[in-house]
Design a protein around this ligand. Sequence first.
Ligand code: ZN
Length: 230
Amino acid sequence: MKSIVARLAAPAIAGVLLSCGAAPVTTHPPMNPSPTLPLIVQAGAPVLRARAEEVPAEKIPTPEFQELVRTMIATMRAAPGVGLAAPQIGIPWRVIVLEDRDELVKNLTADERRERERASFDTRVFVNPVLRLVGEEHAIFFEGCLSVKGYVGLVERSREVEVTGLDEHGAARTWHVTGWPARILQHEVDHLEGTLYIDRMKTRSFVTADQAKALYAGKPIADVRKALGL
Ligand code: ZN
């Protein structure tokens, strides 16, 4: 699994193995990177600030591409994270993977799950995803990205989105979601445009993940906003 990354992006890889995506305030201890998984590129790397390239449809069935998808899913799980975009492992292609497993969701209280509209979902792969924001409703929560290791910030996102693209077999897929999966999708598709959550966050809310946990865990987001004057 290392080979495709080594072939395609070895110079771009730096940093440590971490999850990505809209993270809960709950943090996880750093993990030792597996020798078979790529490291996750950290903020500052040019690959995180470039527009990723469309994947030609004929590439999708190739062993190289299939290996990339497997590597991305394994890297996301090992972190553990709820989403990963190919540029985060140094591959400048328009590919994202997402999943929210029971074991991550159950770290939240029932109230937190309800407030975030967060529920587990099975692994999804989108190649060349196109995102459409649906409706006027927004939601604001802490979001983390382990390409910005150790911090979180409040980000306002559309509550509802629809994504279209190809799956890992090249079949056309559409996914219409509300709540936390919509947040993850917006976060991951942003990566393909060279955008990080820090570009969208309420800058006054930027905080270390440890501080956020100590100060805000279990509190309704309205109280957090009040405390921050947001
Ligand atoms: Zn991210």
